[in-house]
Ligand binder design. Structure first.
Ligand SMILES: Cc1ncc(COP(=O)(O)O)c(C=O)c1O
Length: 495
C-alpha cells in the first residue's frame, strides 16, 4: 500500500514512504528543489498527494463535466501539445472552432442566412465569454453616446442579485456600475419588472440568467424583452439584453424547445454558454455568440500577424489549449441533437428521482423549480437541531461532495444544499445518495439536541445553548451569519 504523509516536523517539505525509495532527503514544497529526481519518484510523490482530492464523479457541487468517452479522451490527449493560437500551424483545429460557433449560433436561433458565418468565439469558460460580451455592450453604448454628443463616463448594467461572481468581476475590472435586483424569500431570480425599473439611458445591457447558479431556475427572458422594448420605445433608447446561459444554454434547446429565451427575442444581442458544463466537455471551454456582426464593434477585434498568418481575434488571453475545442466538436458530431436530448432527458429524470426521494423524507423544502437546469436545491424545514452545513459535512464521509450555501441579498436567511445532476450521475448513484442522506438524518435525529450540535463538523465547534433554543428562522439566520464569515463571500464555491 502506498501511504502519503506530510512530516509534521517539516511542514515545508514533502515526504512519502514510497517516494523515499528514490528520494532520501526532504523535498521542499514552496521552493524549486536544488536537484532533480527520477521521473518515477516525481510521479509517485504527486500521485500520492492527489489521492487526497475528492472523487470528481462524486463532486455534486459542480456543473463541470467529469466524464467523457475514451475515444474523446484520446483525441484530447493527442492535441494536448497544440497551442490554439497558432492558427496557421493548426488550421484544422481553428476550423473546428468555427464549426462549433456556427452550430451553437444556430442552436440559439441566430439569424444566420445560408452561406453566412455566425459571429462568436471559443473562450476558456463562460467568465471570459461574458466579459467579451460585456465589453462589446460597453463599447456600443459609448459609440451611441458619443454620436449623440452625450456623456459616456457612467455606464451601468442591470442583473439579479443571484448573478454569478463573474459579472461582479466584469463590473469591477471594466468599471461598469452593477445594479442588482434584490431577491426575496421564495423568489430567487431576477424579477423582470424590477430589472426594467433600474434601466436608464446609461444602461449598457440587462443580463438575464438561463439557469441561476443557486437554484437552476431560468429567468423570464421573454417578459424582460417585452418590458424593456416598451421602455426603450418610450424613451428612444436601444438597451439590449445579454443571456448568461452558462448552464442552461445546452439544456433549454433540448428539453424546452418552445421556451423563447434566445435570439428569437429581438433584444437578445449576445449569449454565453459553458462548453464545459452541459456542453459535456472537460473544464476549459466556453462560447460567446453575437446576434449579428453589427453587435460586435469592429474596433474590439485585433488583427494580429502571428507565425505567418493574419488572424482576427477577440479574446482576453493569447495562448490556450486546443483539446477542449476538439472535445466540443467531438460531442456535437458524436451525439447530434438526438444524443444531447437523450442525455438531458436522463438528467431531468434523475433529478425527479432525487426530488421525490427528498420530498418523501419530509424534512426538506425544495427550492429549485421543475423547469430549469437539472439540479436540486433544498433547504431544511427545521434547522434547530442541525443545519444543511452539518448534513453536507456528514455526507463527506460517504464520499459525497455537496455544497451548502446561503442565498444572495435579500434572501440570506435561506440556506440550501445543492445537487447538480450531470450525465455521469446515474440512477443508482441518485438512489444511493438518498439512502445516505436518510442515514445522516437518522443519526442527527437520534441524538439529543446538544449532541447533534456537538456532531457539527462543519464548524468544529459546539454552537451555544442559546442558538439551539432559537426559532427555526432565527437559528438559520445565525448559522448563516457564522457560515458567511467562514466562506468569506456569498458566492464562493458555486461554479
Ligand atoms: C450563471 C453562471 N454564469 C457564469 C458562470 C461562470 O462560468 P465558467 O465557470 O464557465 O467561467 C457560472 C458558473 O457556474 C454560472 O453558473
Amino acid at each position: 500500500m502506498v501511504i502519503s504523509t506530510t512530516r509534521s516536523d517539516c511542514g515545508e517539505c514533502l515526504d512519502s514512504t514510497f517516494g523515499s525509495r528514490y528520494v532520501s532527503s526532504p523535498v521542499p514544497k514552496f521552493k524549486i528543489p536544488d536537484s532533480s529526481m527520477p521521473k518515477e519518484a516525481a510521479y509517485q510523490l504527486i500521485n500520492d498527494e492527489l489521492m487526497l482530492d475528492g472523487n470528481p464523479r462524486l463532486n455534486l457541487a459542480s456543473f463541470v463535466t467529469t466524464w467523457m468517452e475514451p475515444e474523446c479522451d484520446k483525441l484530447m490527449m493527442d492535441a494536448i501539445n497544440k497551442n490554439f493560437v497558432d492558427m496557421a500551424e493548426y488550421p484544422v483545429t481553428s476550423e473546428l472552432q468555427t464549426r462549433c460557433v456556427n452550430m451553437i449560433a444556430k442552436l440559439f436561433n441566430a439569424p444566420v442566412g445560408d452561406g453566412e458565418t455566425a459571429v462568436g468565439t471559443g473562450t476558456v469558460g463562460s467568465s471570459e465569454a461574458m466579459m467579451l460580451a460585456g465589453l462589446a455592450f460597453k463599447r456600443k453604448w459609448q459609440q451611441r453616446r458619443k454620436a449623440q454628443g452625450k456623456a459616456y463616463d457612467k455606464p451601468n448594467m442591470v442583473t439579479g442579485a443571484n448573478v454569478h461572481v463573474c459579472w461582479e468581476k466584469f463590473a469591477n475590472y471594466f468599471e461598469v456600475e452593477l445594479r442588482e435586483v434584490k431577491l426575496e424569500e421564495g423568489y430567487y431570480v431576477m424579477d423582470p419588472v424590477k430589472a426594467v425599473e433600474l434601466v436608464d439611458e446609461n444602461t449598457i445591457c440587462v443580463a438575464a440568467i438561463l439557469g441561476s447558479t443557486m437554484t437552476g431556475e431560468f429567468e423570464d427572458v421573454k417578459l424582460l424583452n417585452e418590458l424593456l422594448s416598451e421602455k426603450n420605445k418610450k424613451n428612444g433608447w436601444e438597451n439590449p439584453i445579454h443571456v448568461d446561459a452558462a448552464s442552461g444554454g445546452f439544456i433549454a434547446p433540448f428539453l424546452y424547445p418552445e421556451l423563447e429565451w434566445d435570439f428569437r427575442l429581438p433584444l437578445v444581442r449576445s449569449i454565453n454558454v459553458s462548453g464545459h458544463k452541459y456542453g459535456l466537455v472537460y473544464a476549459g471551454v466556453g462560447w460567446v455568440v453575437w446576434r449579428t456582426q453589427d453587435d460586435l464593434p469592429e474596433e474590439l477585434i485585433f488583427n494580429i500577424n502571428y507565425l505567418g498568418s493574419e488572424q482576427p481575434t477577440f479574446t482576453l488571453n493569447f495562448s490556450k489549449g486546443s483539446s477542449q475545442i476538439i472535445g466540443q466538436y467531438y460531442q456535437f458530431l458524436r451525439l447530434g441533437f438526438e444524443g444531447y436530448e437523450d442525455i438531458m432527458v436522463n438528467c431531468r429524470d434523475n433529478t425527479t428521482v432525487l426530488r421525490e426521494g427528498l420530498t418523501k423524507m419530509g424534512k426538506f423544502d425544495i427550492v429549485s423549480k421543475d423547469v430549469g437546469v437539472p439540479m436540486i436545491a433544498f433547504s431544511l424545514k427545521d434547522s434547530t437541531k442541525y443545519t444543511v452545513f452539518d448534513i453536507a459535512e456528514s455526507l463527506r464521509r460517504f464520499g459525497w461532495i455537496l455544497p451548502a450555501y446561503t442565498m444572495p441579498a435579500n434572501a440570506e436567511n435561506v440556506a440550501v444544499l445543492r445537487v447538480v445532476v450531470r450525465e455521469d450521475f446515474n440512477r443508482s448513484l441518485a438512489e444511493r445518495l438518498l439512502t445516505d442522506i436518510e442515514e445522516v438524518l437518522k443519526e442527527f435525529d437520534s441524538l439529543p439536541s446538544t449532541k447533534a450540535a456537538v456532531l457539527t463538523p462543519a464548524t468544529g465547534k459546539t454552537p451555544d445553548e442559546k442558538l439551539l433554543k432559537k426559532s427555526v428562522k432565527g437559528t438559520q439566520g445565525e448559522v448563516t451569519w457564522y457560515w458567511k464569515r467562514l466562506v468569506d463571500g456569498r458566492r464562493a464555491g458555486a461554479c
